[in-house]
Write a protein that binds this ligand. Structure first.
Ligand SMILES: NC(=O)c1ccc[n+]([C@@H]2O[C@H](COP(=O)([O-])OP(=O)(O)OC[C@H]3O[C@@H](n4cnc5c(N)ncnc54)[C@H](OP(=O)(O)O)[C@@H]3O)[C@@H](O)[C@H]2O)c1
Length: 289
C-alpha cells in the first residue's frame, strides 16, 4: 500500500486536523506527529488542565507553533456545542477528524461489564455525536476530507458469535444507524438482565469490544453516506503501550501514531473509504473489507 510515499505531501499548514482524547497516549502522539508534519492541529482533552499540560509538553518539544487547544468531552453535548462555537470562531472549516478518545475499564485478563453504559456512551455515542456536530464544518474538498476512527480488532465481526446480531451488522450495504443502536440496546439489556455471557457477545473486554463493533459499523454507514465527499476509515493501532494497557504493549504510542498518521494522510489519489486498517509489526499496515 503506497502510504509512505515521501513525495506525496499534499497538505500544508492550512490543513486543519482535530484529534479527540489527545492529552495522552496515541492521541497526544498523533498531535505531535501531525505538528511535526506541518499541519495545523486542534488538541482536545476532556480535562482542561490535562490538555494544557499536553500543550506545555509540545512547547518544550518546539511543536506548539500550529497547535491549538480546546476542552472537549465527547460524551457531553454541552461540551461538544462549546467546542463547535470555539472552532467556528477561529477556523471556520477543517479537513481531518481523528476520533481517538475512548475508555476501557478492564485490565488484562479482566472482563467486567460494570461500566458498560459509560463505555458504549463514550466510545460509540460520543464519537458519533461529535462527528455529527462537526460534519457541517468539513471543507468537503474531494479526496482531501477525512475521518479516521481509532478502533480495535477486538470489535471486528468475527468476535461476535450471536448470529442474529452478526447478520444485522454484517449486511453493510443496508446497515443503518438505527440498526446499530438496536444492537447496542440489546447488548445493554443482556447486561442488565445478566445473560451477556451466554448469548454470543465478544469474549474479551466485552463492553469495549461491542462499543468498537458499533464504531466500525457506524464508519461503514458514514463511508456509504458520504461516498465521494468524506473518506471514513478505521484503524486498530494494535497492542500499544498506553495507560489503557497499563503501559504494556508491542510498541509505543509514537509508533502507533506514525501508522495512524500514514493512513490519515494517504495521498489523495490513493485515498480509500470504508476500510479497517490494522497495524502489524511484521508486515506493516493491512486493510480489510
Ligand atoms: N492501547 C492499545 O493497545 C489500543 C489498542 C487498540 C485500540 N486502541 C484505541 O486507541 C485509542 C487511544 O487509546 P490509548 O491507548 O491512547 O488510551 P489512553 O492513553 O487511555 O487515552 C485515551 C484518551 O481518551 C480520553 N477520553 C476518554 N474519555 C473521553 C471523553 N469522554 N471525552 C474526551 N476524551 C476522552 C482520555 O482522557 P483522560 O486522560 O481524561 O482519561 C485520554 O486522553 C482508543 O480509541 C483506544 O480504544 C488502543
Amino acid at each position: 500500500m503506497p502510504i509512505s510515499d515521501p513525495t506525496a505531501k499534499w497538505w500544508s499548514e492550512d490543513t486543519v486536523a482535530i484529534v479527540t482524547g489527545a492529552n495522552k497516549g496515541i492521541g497526544y502522539a498523533l498531535v505531535k506527529r501531525f505538528a511535526k508534519l506541518g499541519l495545523t492541529v486542534v488538541l482536545t482533552a476532556r480535562d482542561r488542565s490535562k490538555g494544557l499540560d499536553a500543550m506545555d509538553s509540545l512547547k518544550v518539544l518546539g511543536l506548539d507553533h500550529n497547535v491549538y487547544f480546546c476542552q472537549l468531552d465527547i460524551s457531553d453535548r454541552a461540551s461538544i456545542s462549546s467546542f463547535v462555537s470555539w472552532f467556528r470562531a477561529r477556523f471556520e472549516l477543517f479537513d481531518i477528524l481523528v476520533n481517538n478518545a475512548a475508555v476501557c475499564f478492564n485490565t488484562m485478563g479482566q472482563n467486567s461489564i460494570d461500566h458498560a453504559d459509560t463505555v458504549i456512551n463514550t466510545n460509540y455515542y460520543g464519537s458519533k455525536q461529535f462527528t455529527e456536530a462537526m460534519l457541517p464544518l468539513f471543507r468537503r474538498s474531494a479526496f482531501i476530507t477525512r475521518i479516521l476512527n481509532i478502533s480495535s480488532r477486538l470489535g471486528t465481526l468475527d468476535k461476535l458469535k450471536n448470529t442474529e446480531m452478526k447478520t444485522i451488522l454484517g449486511n453493510i450495504e443496508r446497515l443503518s444507524e438505527d440498526q446499530i443502536e438496536m444492537v447496542l440496546h440489546v447488548f445493554l439489556q443482556d447486561v442488565a438482565e445478566d445473560r451477556w455471557k451466554k448469548v454470543g457477545w465478544p469474549e474479551i473486554w466485552t463492553d469495549y469490544s461491542v462499543s468498537k463493533l458499533a464504531l466500525n459499523a457506524y464508519s461503514q454507514v458514514l463511508a456509504r453516506k458520504y461516498k465521494d465527499m468524506v473518506s471514513v476509515n478505521c484503524f486498530c493501532p494494535g497492542f500499544t503501550q498506553t495507560s489503557m494497557t497499563n503501559g504494556k504493549g508491542n510498541h509505543s504510542a509514537d509508533d502507533a501514531a506514525e501508522m495512524a498518521a500514514a493512513i490519515t494522510l494517504l495521498p489523495p489519489h490513493h485515498l480509500t473509504t470504508g476500510k479497517f486498517y490494522t497495524a502489524s509489526t511484521t508486515s506493516g499496515l493491512i486493510s480489510k473489507l
